[in-house]
Design a protein around this ligand. Structure first.
Ligand SMILES: Nc1ncnc2c1ncn2[C@@H]1O[C@H](COP(=O)(O)OP(=O)(O)O)[C@@H](O)[C@H]1O
Ligand SMILES: [Mg+2]
Length: 245
């Protein structure tokens, strides 16, 4: 097991955004984390990845207790993530942005190897533009690919993908799913995938955890949780759930 997050709690003042969420990931496994808007998915990822210190609970990553460890420590230890809203360095080129991952991630490559590694990562994600394009010129979809390349260049053992597929057309969605599976096959990383588009969850995840108001309400295979009345109820009023095509 590469990640064992036990009973994670995150409070913001009086609000409990994450309430005793337990989730484990094995090498090579893709685990889905779903729930309605505001359920606490991103906050859970943040509480494990070192953006926030959890209010309670225990995180074991690569066999070590990493509870409360800051993001750069987690990254160097092999946890890479993409962000719901990517924030690249706008004036740096695509290549330079990905080099940051290669330099300061788990690889800690020196400048020249970092450049090679960054090129490989951009190639792997089939980055659609010239790699010397400044990041500020990228559209939302291109930014997501760039963010994925940066996370990959870090040399992860575990990846968190936070709504990577949102905003994609059905064709782009299929490409993204194939790419995620290719990353798993090539690198053997484990992943937690947060996704609103159920087609992605059913297409790539072995297991799914559903949370609502920060609290786990169901877990199982994608088929099992999607048929669970409590899950259907939780999603009422949201515009998603069904397949896109
Ligand atoms: N930094 C923060 N400070 C205060 N409240 C926050 C913060 N981040 C998230 N929240 C709140 O925590 C809840 C869960 O948010 P979030 O984890 O972003 O949900 P999700 O990713 O499932 O849509 C929401 O009610 C949100 O407003
Ligand atoms: Mg979120």
């Amino acid at each position: 097991m590469i990640l064992d997050a036990q009973k994670i709690v995150k409070n913001f003042g009086g609000l409990t955004a994450v309430n005793r969420v337990t989730l484990q990931v094995d090498a090579g496994e893709i685990v889905g984390l779903i729930g309605p808007n505001g359920a606490g998915k991103t906050t859970f990822l943040n509480s494990v990845a070192g953006t926030y210190k959890p209010s309670a609970g225990k995180v074991t990553f690569m066999g070590d207790d990493t509870t409360g460890a800051v993001a750069e420590v987690m990254c160097r230890k092999g946890l890479s993530r993409t962000f719901q809203i990517p924030l690249p360095f706008p004036r740096l080129t695509a290549l330079e942005n990905v080099m940051v991952g290669a330099r300061f991630g788990a690889n800690h490559a020196s400048r020249k190897p970092a450049r090679e590694r960054a090129k490989e990562a951009l190639d792997f994600v089939e980055f659609p533009l010239d790699i010397d394009t400044p990041a500020e010129q990228l559209n939302a979809v291109q930014l997501k690919r760039l963010d994925l390349a940066r996370a990959l260049a870090c040399g992860p053992k575990l990846m968190f993908l936070d709504e990577l597929a949102s905003g994609l057309t059905p064709g782009e969605l299929d490409d993204m799913m194939a790419l995620i599976l290719r990353i798993r096959e090539t690198t053997g990383v484990g992943m937690i995938v947060v996704e609103h588009i159920m087609k992605v969850i059913t297409g790539i995840c072995e297991r799914v955890l559903v949370i609502q108001y920060g609290t786990p309400i169901a877990k199982g295979t994608p088929e099992e949780v999607m048929g669970n009345p409590q899950v259907i109820e939780a999603y009422l009023g949201e515009e998603i759930v069904a397949d896109e095509d």
